[in-house]
Design a protein around this ligand. Structure first.
Ligand SMILES: [Zn+2]
Length: 265
């Protein structure tokens, strides 16, 4: 990569335009000079409010998307979204490999409602994953809200396990190698008492995540403390083989009391 360092920026910009997310990121990690050049010549992240017009800046290659919830009552033409995402994903400057969905809102009840969850985590995210898959834009980092009791989330996690060679469908997640997945557990159904999450449900979810062949880093946030304790003291205890039989892994120090960080081999 040392020759690329010597390129004048306009020439480097042309090179960046021809690369995909992973190559751009690898290039930026070669040295400080290249890191700064890539930072200057690309847009690291664009924030999108949804529902909304879903417009992102594409003057420079775009590497990441952060999607936050907007006005739930904003009327959208029904067929507009997939067409818009399809066109966006086909643009050479659209190199998005890192997506964060939701989690931007404060304590506003609307932000955590079932309607909000379905709109962001299912309607929008499914459409995004489908266009990424169709246009060969693979994902390196996904950060999303998951409700372990939600049927849509269960389906999404199951679909994520399907590799492109197994059954190429629209819902297949276009994972890059060494993917990082961040999951923020939520309870989207405010009608149900929030204590309905059990250790068994979390274990089942982790088992599903262990089945994602390309997954390397898994971070799970908002695990109830009694469940996390049971996971660490029992399910992940050194003498327990339940998870190590599935895959080699390491528990990483977590920066948050209610979170579990795993590094998978
Ligand atoms: Zn869901």
């Amino acid at each position: 990569m040392s020759q690329l360092e010597l390129l004048p920026w306009p020439a480097l910009a042309v090179v960046l335009r021809s690369l995909q997310f992973r190559d751009v990121r690898n290039l930026s990690l070669t040295c400080a000079k290249m890191y700064n050049a890539v930072a200057e010549l690309t847009t690291a992240e664009a924030k999108v409010i949804f529902p909304g017009p879903f417009e992102v800046p594409l003057r420079k290659p775009l590497l990441g998307l952060r999607i936050e919830l907007g006005d739930l009552f904003l009327q959208q033409p029904p067929s507009d979204l997939s067409e818009k995402l399809e066109n966006l994903s086909k643009q050479a400057e659209y190199k998005v490999g890192r997506i964060k969905v939701g989690g931007g809102g404060g304590d506003c009840p609307e932000q955590t409602s079932q309607a909000a969850h379905f709109l962001l985590s299912h309607h929008l995210l499914s459409s995004l994953l489908a266009v990424h898959n169709r246009n060969g834009k693979s994902l390196s980092c996904l950060d999303l809200e998951v409700d372990l009791l939600c049927f849509g989330c269960k389906t999404l996690l199951k679909d994520m396990q399907v590799g492109p060679c197994n059954n190429p469908t629209d819902v297949t997640t276009p994972w890059a190698a060494n993917t990082s997945l961040t999951v923020r557990l939520i309870n989207s159904n405010t009608m149900i008492n929030s204590n309905t999450m059990t250790t068994g449900i979390v274990v089942h979810f982790l088992r599903t995540a262990f089945g994602l062949a390309n997954l390397r880093i898994l971070k799970v946030f908002n695990i109830p403390s009694n469940i996390l304790e049971e996971l660490l003291d029992d399910w992940f205890a050194p003498d327990r083989v339940y998870f190590s039989r599935l895959r080699k892994f390491q528990i990483q120090p977590a920066d948050n009391l209610c979170s579990l960080h795993l590094l998978l081999d």
